[in-house]
Design a protein around this ligand. Sequence first.
Ligand SMILES: O=C(O)C(=O)C[C@]1(C(=O)O)C=C[C@@H](O)C=C1
Length: 320
Amino acid sequence: MPAAPADDAPRSYSFLGPSGTFTEVALGQVEEARGQIWKPVSNVGEALGDVLEGRSTAAVIAIENSVDGGVSVAQDALATMPGLRIVGEVLVPVNFVLVARPGTRLEDVSVVNAHPVAYGQCHLWLDAKLPTHGHIPASSNVAAAASLLDGTSTADAAVAPPGIVNHYDLDVLAENIGDNPNAVTRFVVVSRSREIPARTGADKTSLIVELPNDESGSLLGMLEQFSTRGVNLSLIESRPIGDALGRYRFVIDALGHIEDERMADALLGLRRFSPNVIFLGSYPSADRTAVDYHSRYNDEVFIEARDWLRGLLSAEPLDD
Ligand SMILES: O=C(O)C(=O)C[C@]1(C(=O)O)C=C[C@@H](O)C=C1
């Protein structure tokens, strides 16, 4: 295992680069990262590898977009790289421009370079304005834009964040090309620390859960672990496990903290039920909205019920 850095050593944060990405904007919202080392990397796997192997204290990665859904590359990496924990989340409003080399006109564009998640958020506009265009996937939108100028791209244009013109000498062919003007991307801070952020009352718990094989109703059985404890979910997505057709794992965000009795009890239920539960972390939710739940799922109600059971088992004489 890599040696732990000294307490006063500068901390390093890996993020999808180069400079100018939405991921960098997200990192800017992470208080602990201010004044620390920011390390641009080429992809999510490299960012998480940096954390696992001790080259970085933490990584910031995109995990969910309000238009395009879960970022599957990030979900799959978290499912298959044991030892990582989510310790925080931030939300970034996203919108996009189409940029090209100076002098290019919109009608000259036949191939567009874009990160797949950004492309998924702009395809209505692109299909309407450039119906015959082709798409080349990029590692990030800023990398797509930069490659138009360094001679490495065969594309005519790139989808990029609006601030791109502050970094590169490119023409903006169109603004606000996102399909939804209110699009938001959710980013998570991933670390190797086993320390769970303190409970705030406005928390999320991220999990990956597999279902028992070939049991009818097992999806319902998994959901019941949450519903019978009054735990609400804010995200549930299936991702293929990859070893056979029809085998999926579920990526879940549940509202609450592992120290909430109802969440702890749901986790115990999941652990008994599922062949594989990965606890990815409990952390304050970005919108700081207190978790709403019925009073019958208060901590006190769980504690009282446990005391009642203990009382039934004890040899103490009954009170009159
Ligand atoms: O960070 C960036 O700017 C990216 O290009 C990556 C990314 C992503 O990975 O989802 C980030 C946010 C946007 O929603 C689209 C793309």
